[in-house]
Design a protein. Structure first.
Length: 131
């Protein structure tokens, strides 16, 4: 959720705490799009988004969070994400290793927050990146 930030920076987004963070990123989408330049309905309806990639006991943990402007938008985005993950994970055109990883994606919604998370074997992930 949000934690109080300085007035100059607005509210900060708290992603999650990880012992071995490999990468963290976030954006206040509302502040970036105040001039109406976004040509995306999803981004126009997003307040904040964040991504964390971390080492978790030999696994690579990925955690993505999005705060939508309305709970209904978070529910709609979750439905889209679940559909895309399902289509890709059962497609004959997707490599079996990638399909197995996709089946491990967890998609949760609470109020206006959408969260996608997964943990994959680090060696298998690196192997896929090399191919």
């Amino acid at each position: 959720g949000r934690v109080a930030g300085s007035k100059a920076a607005g509210d900060a987004l708290f992603v999650m705490t990880a012992k071995s963070s490999l990468m963290q990123a976030g954006a206040n989408a509302k502040a970036l799009g105040e001039n109406g330049d976004w040509d995306s309905n999803i981004l126009q309806n997003t307040k904040q988004l964040a991504l964390l990639i971390a080492d978790s006991g030999g696994m690579i943990a990925l955690d993505a969070q999005l705060e939508a402007t309305e709970p209904e938008m978070a529910d709609s985005l979750a439905s889209i994400a679940r559909g895309l993950v399902s289509l890709a994970s059962f497609s004959d055109e997707v490599e079996p290793e990638i399909a197995a990883m996709l089946r491990g994606v967890k998609i949760d919604v609470k109020d206006s927050w959408l969260r996608l998370s997964m943990a994959v074997d680090a060696d298998a992930f690196v192997s896929l990146l090399k191919d």
